[in-house]
Design a binder for this molecule. Sequence first.
Ligand SMILES: Nc1ncnc2c1ncn2[C@@H]1O[C@H](COP(=O)(O)OP(=O)(O)OP(=O)(O)O)[C@@H](O)[C@H]1O
Ligand SMILES: [Mg+2]
Length: 258
Amino acid sequence: MSDPILRLEDISKSFGGVRVLEKVSFDVERGSRHALIGPNGAGKTTLFNVISGIHDPEQGKVLLEGKDLKGIPSRKRIKKGLSRSFQNIRLMPHLSVLENVMLGQHSRFQFLDMVKPLNFSAKSTGKAEAIETLNSFGIDLYEGQTVSSLPYGIRKKIEVVRALMSEPQLLLLDEPAAGLNTAETNTLRDLLKEVSNRGITLLLVDHDMPFVNSLCEQVSVMNFGQLIYDGPISDLKKDEKVLEAYLGMDEKTERSNA
Ligand SMILES: Nc1ncnc2c1ncn2[C@@H]1O[C@H](COP(=O)(O)OP(=O)(O)OP(=O)(O)O)[C@@H](O)[C@H]1O
Ligand SMILES: [Mg+2]
């Protein structure tokens, strides 16, 4: 039976008069691992920005657990169980790994609880949880290091850990495997399966198809701001519109390389 945690209804968005999302509608089922794919510029990050409240759609609705999120700012969406990582890493480079990860807990603890010297319980609970999650991602040894001193692959993992700290029901991941080597990508896939096994729904954008194929069951495909496929990942290769979108891209690449 259908039980969507997220429902997108006819989402449209323009920048400077140019339509970048055109009536995009699809559901993300509770507990699923759902991919959103499509060529560069298709509108994937823009759709994430609409879902997470960074952009207002001109038209259409975002429903989380059946409730319309219209007018609810990003920080309140986090409290409602929606968390995300960013395509371009958005950590505080001058802070330590632990400090960055603990910033992800702000939606759960009051800011004063985190900084007040006397509030040992909130601070120590938060710290213990942060270290435990860093440990489960195999990066607890970096806890005291400044983020800017760390390699890209580690920073990508820290972004995911930070996003998990708000205890989301739905986690949006924008290109979590970009820039990772094969071994790092495989480790990330296994970690995300564990996250999913804890009951967290995953909606992820990535261009790495082996990664997407080995992690997700459902996929929505966008091209030029429109949804061109929504269904099981197993049927993706048979779909004509998808083949055209990706073949078109290969032809362009070949032409530009010629
Ligand atoms: N803030 C903005 N202002 C103006 N145009 C924007 C803005 N954000 C995105 N766009 C444009 O919207 C279109 C969709 O961009 P978007 O970043 O959503 O694509 P994407 O599918 O995430 O691509 P990629 O796979 O390269 O990350 C592009 O043409 C982009 O230039
Ligand atoms: Mg993008």
